[in-house]
Design a binder for this molecule. Structure first.
Ligand SMILES: Nc1ncnc2c1ncn2[C@@H]1O[C@H](COP(=O)(O)OP(=O)(O)O)[C@@H](O)[C@H]1O
Ligand SMILES: [Mg+2]
Length: 359
């Protein structure tokens, strides 16, 4: 059975429609990432599922039962939907102890004292904060505060937790370890998690399935992480999911050329996926290969060592592009210096009509 199902849900603030005709099924025990640029409607979707706003039309189901449906005259109030929520902006209440923060949803549900104490202590154990119940949030690190927020969501529900940008305020190292902790906790408890973020990297690391929205709040692709990376449905998906270069291309005299300050041939045979007419090549920095048999002359303009890779900028026909090499490649070869002339070829590149760039 689906844990959650949105059926043709449309969401507006006043006359301003934010999300149109949104349909999505989420299975039990799944971690689904909802990602997209800021302002596209991710939090709005979360609020509708929690019952904090009513759709204009469409239906929302949990465990096969409607929680919102105009036609069936159903609108289950937020506290009865049994959803745990971790929001970025008001993660923990500073004036309440850790215990009171976590106990809050249970107190609101009117649970007996003894049950509240037992469940709070259980949740603290789940997030590895045993013994911290009398601390105030100001006595905790950012990561610990975030774990208090997760513990609070878990006391509200072990079933379904929505995390809306839960770790955006943490530094990179802490973010990475929180993602691992969230995954381990989910495996232990079997919780279904909806993980909302504008950060595709976090979603790739954590989620079983990713739902990518465009700026208008429409779904552009749903799939496992490798689907979105290896089979992007459009230029938008390709450009959202990681770092990309886009280079105008054109066929001239049977040669396949970059169309920069001048035409630069890069292939004598028709590349896989080539499209006729005004087009551009999308290529990842890792797929721009420095090789003696490359047809494209380029010059290194910046070189930075990032620990596991070299990050370069190269100038091709008067334009700069990003190129990356794993340090493993460099073991077999070497790294390159600023000002050095190199030759390039491309692998795994894709072609898009040039008009898509303007959208
Ligand atoms: N309470 C509100 N009243 C009116 N407009 C809002 C409200 N909350 C959000 N919006 C607008 O709805 C759009 C989507 O917001 P939101 O769902 O918060 O985006 P996201 O979470 O993807 O960044 C934005 O344009 C935002 O300005
Ligand atoms: Mg948001």
């Amino acid at each position: 059975m689906n844990k959650v199902e949105f059926k043709n849900v449309t969401l507006s603030y006043g006359n301003n429609t934010i999300v149109r005709d949104f349909s999505l099924s989420i299975k039990e025990r799944e971690i689904v990432g909802i990602i997209g640029p800021s302002g596209c409607g991710k939090t709005t979707i979360a609020r509708a599922l929690c019952g904090l706003m009513n759709p204009d039309s469409g239906e929302i189901y949990m465990d096969g039962q409607p929680v919102f449906s105009r036609s069936q005259r159903v609108n289950i109030p937020p506290e009865k939907r049994g959803i745990g929520i971790v929001f970025q902006d008001y993660a923990v209440w500073p004036h309440m102890s850790v215990f009171d923060n976590i106990a809050y949803p249970l107190k609101k549900q009117g649970a007996p004292q003894a049950e509240i104490a037992a469940r709070v202590h259980d949740a603290l154990e789940q997030v590895d904060l045993k013994g911290y119940d009398r601390y105030m949030p100001s006595q905790l690190s950012g990561g610990q505060q975030q774990r208090v927020a997760i513990a609070r969501a878990l006391t509200a529900s072990r079933d379904l937790v929505i995390m809306d940008e839960p770790i955006t305020n943490l530094d990179a190292k802490l973010r990475a370890s929180m993602l691992v902790e969230i995954r381990l906790m989910q495996q232990r408890l079997g919780t279904t998690i909806i993980y909302i973020t504008h950060d595709q990297g976090a979603a790739l690391q954590l989620c079983d399935r990713i739902v990518l929205l465009d700026a208008q709040g429409s779904i552009v692709q749903v799939g496992a992480d490798e689907d979105l990376i290896e089979k992007p449905a459009s230029r938008y998906v390709f450009s959202f999911m990681g770092i990309s270069n886009f280079i105008p291309v054109e066929e001239a005299d049977g040669q396949y050329c970059l169309k920069l300050d001048h035409l630069i041939p890069f292939s004598k045979t028709r590349p896989e996926g080539w499209i006729d007419g005004p087009a551009e090549m999308g290529v990842r920095p890792m797929d721009m290969i420095i090789a003696p048999d490359g047809l494209v002359p380029a010059r290194v303009t910046q070189a930075t060592f990032l620990g596991n890779m070299y990050n370069y900028f190269v100038e091709i026909g008067g334009h700069e592009y990003r190129l990356q090499r794993s340090t493993l490649d460099s073991l077999n070869d070497r790294d390159y210096a600023v000002g050095e002339d190199v030759r390039l070829k491309f692998v795994n590149e894709r072609y898009y009509p040039r008009k898509e760039a303007e959208e």
